[in-house]
Design a protein around this ligand. Structure first.
Ligand code: PNS
Length: 169
């Protein structure tokens, strides 16, 4: 697909440990810009010891995007460049919250383009999510804080179950 129309296939990769309303906001924006979105849950080698395994993160996201018919969720282990080539993706989508996000994202995008010839396009999430990160959500929640305004309902349910497991052990 190369004519730049609504049939473009986009891959939105991330750790999503856990997915937040900021991620969902980017997915909804992407679903209006591109014909098909594959949300790809990835192992980020720089983030050790995720709280949720890949399958759990995929399941949470699948519930969160159920209202978006052109979005599907997958997971993979390995190099993003290989994955996007295997999926015949036209574009990689990443979200930006604040300007500092762009510093890492630019070199990552250039590396991915060098490896796959596939460009990255950036979408800004709503400014009301500019302070929301998965790591902060986990920290606040497991220290007893309320994150109901920060993560979608299916995520909140999984987090509640995990907190119960931790407290029971
Ligand atoms: O949500 P994150 O952790 O910021 O997403 C980063 C992610 C997972 C998209 C990135 O680390 C990635 O693409 N990892 C896959 C491995 C890979 O291809 N690494 C080289 C990227 S230049």
């Amino acid at each position: 697909m190369t004519d730049g129309t609504a049939l473009t296939r986009a891959v939105y990769p991330g750790s999503f440990d856990p997915p937040t309303y900021g991620h969902l906001d980017v997915i909804e924006r992407a679903s209006r810009c591109f014909g098909e979105i594959i949300v790809a849950v990835v192992v980020n080698p720089q983030k050790r010891d995720p709280m949720f395994d890949l399958e759990t993160r995929e399941a949470m996201l699948t519930q969160c995007v159920a209202h978006l018919p052109n979005v599907r969720v997958e997971h993979f282990r390995g190099l993003l460049a290989d994955y996007v080539k295997a999926k015949s993706a036209d574009v990689i989508v990443k979200g930006l919250r604040v300007v500092s996000d762009f510093e890492n994202e630019m070199s990552t995008a250039l590396m991915n383009r060098a490896l796959s010839k596939i460009d990255t396009m950036f979408l800004m999430s709503d400014q009301k999510y500019s302070f929301v990160s998965s790591s902060m959500v986990k920290e606040v929640y497991f220290l007893g804080g309320d994150v109901a305004a920060l993560v979608p309902e299916p995520v909140l349910r999984v987090m509640a179950a995990r907190r119960s497991e931790i407290h029971a052990s």
